[in-house]
Design a protein around this ligand. Structure first.
Ligand SMILES: [Zn+2]
Length: 330
């Protein structure tokens, strides 16, 4: 019978190098798992590549590991990594056939890996961070909620009628694509994107798929098309900005079960009565986000807001139809 008991490191702030990140078991410092799967580090030559952490310190991909017991490493983390590795072999088609719950767990593990590294560091009395995450009750509440659904990686769990995130899978045309791998995350908005060769996965965690619905029309336009990198950058800006104005946190409830149950069933509610789901769209704030994403092409805010009410788009034309871009002069 599977163990259906959830672990909660947040109530007692149990973030140490001696507790497994996924089940809490006491371990020694040697028991660790990489935040970025070994296969990915090999395939995209990441081992010695530098990575900027939240506290602005620099590490490398292969140094970034989190405490993990052998059980969780062997039974939960490795099978997930090998499933994604297999799918990535056939690029876009392979990634598209993955169960989205597995994509959620995979991205969730990397996101949480970055977070937990920060939380462990903040426990060190020699490190005095300027804005400690661990002293922000609102953020901690959000992380605790996220951690509940991330436990689906270890504890058999069925999400009744939702996915706890929005996932977008894009395909990049090879002509002007010179990035084999790229990764970006935003801790506060819980937005994440990762590029594996010609495939880009963009994900907003903990929105129960709301942003996926809001961007549905645009996303459908990109399906089965190869996008120019500048179009991918714009798509990312749209998702990251939507995550930035996203204003609610779902609640998750474990359905009361019987002792012989083989899995937990989770229901979810979003309170959209007391809170608006999104803060208002502000063209200027969006333009800043887009400018950031468009850095490689040096497109500035004044170009983006030539029409102040309608920021520039590389994805759609004036009629809202898909724009084909084969080449783009930098
Ligand atoms: Zn464990």
């Amino acid at each position: 019978m599977p163990d259906l008991k959830l672990y909660d490191p947040f109530t007692n702030m149990q973030f140490t190098d001696e507790n497994c990140f996924l089940c809490g078991t006491t371990i020694t410092k040697e028991h660790r798992t990489p935040v970025f799967g070994e296969w990915m580090q090999d395939k995209y030559n990441l081992r010695n590549k530098e990575l900027l952490m939240l506290d602005k310190s620099v590490t490398t991909f292969d140094q970034l590991t989190i405490p993990c017991c052998d059980q969780c490493h062997l039974n939960h983390v490795l099978p997930l990594e090998s499933e994604i590795e297999d799918a990535a072999k056939t690029e876009y088609d392979g990634i598209c056939t993955l169960d989205q719950k597995r994509i959620f767990q995979w991205i969730g593990k990397m996101y949480y890996g970055m977070l937990v590294t920060e939380l462990i560091k903040e426990k060190d009395p020699l490190i005095m961070p300027e804005n400690p995450v661990s002293e922000n009750p609102q953020m901690l509440g959000k992380f605790k909620t996220f951690y509940q659904v991330l436990q689906s990686l270890r504890v058999p769990m069925k999400f009744s009628d939702f996915l706890p995130c929005s996932v977008f899978i894009l395909q990049v045309a090879p002509t002007e694509d010179d990035l084999p791998f790229e990764y970006q995350d935003e801790l506060t908005t819980m937005c994440f994107s990762i590029k594996l060769g010609p495939v880009v996965i963009v994900c907003k965690l903990l929105d129960n798929g709301i942003i996926r619905n809001v961007l549905n029309r645009l996303y459908k336009l990109t399906e089965d098309r190869e996008l120019h990198p500048i179009q991918v950058a714009e798509f990312k800006a749209r998702v990251f900005y939507a995550a930035y104005i996203f204003n609610v946190v779902p609640d998750y409830f474990i359905r009361p079960g019987k002792p012989e149950d083989e899995q937990l069933i989770l229901d979810s509610l979003i309170d959209d009565i007391t809170n608006e789901v999104f803060n208002p769209f502000e063209p200027l704030a969006y333009a800043h986000m887009l400018e950031e994403m468009l850095k490689p092409w040096s497109i500035r805010e004044k170009d983006i807001l030539e029409n102040p009410q309608k920021p520039i788009s590389f994805l759609t034309d004036d009629n809202g139809e898909f724009k084909t871009i084969k080449q783009f002069a930098k």
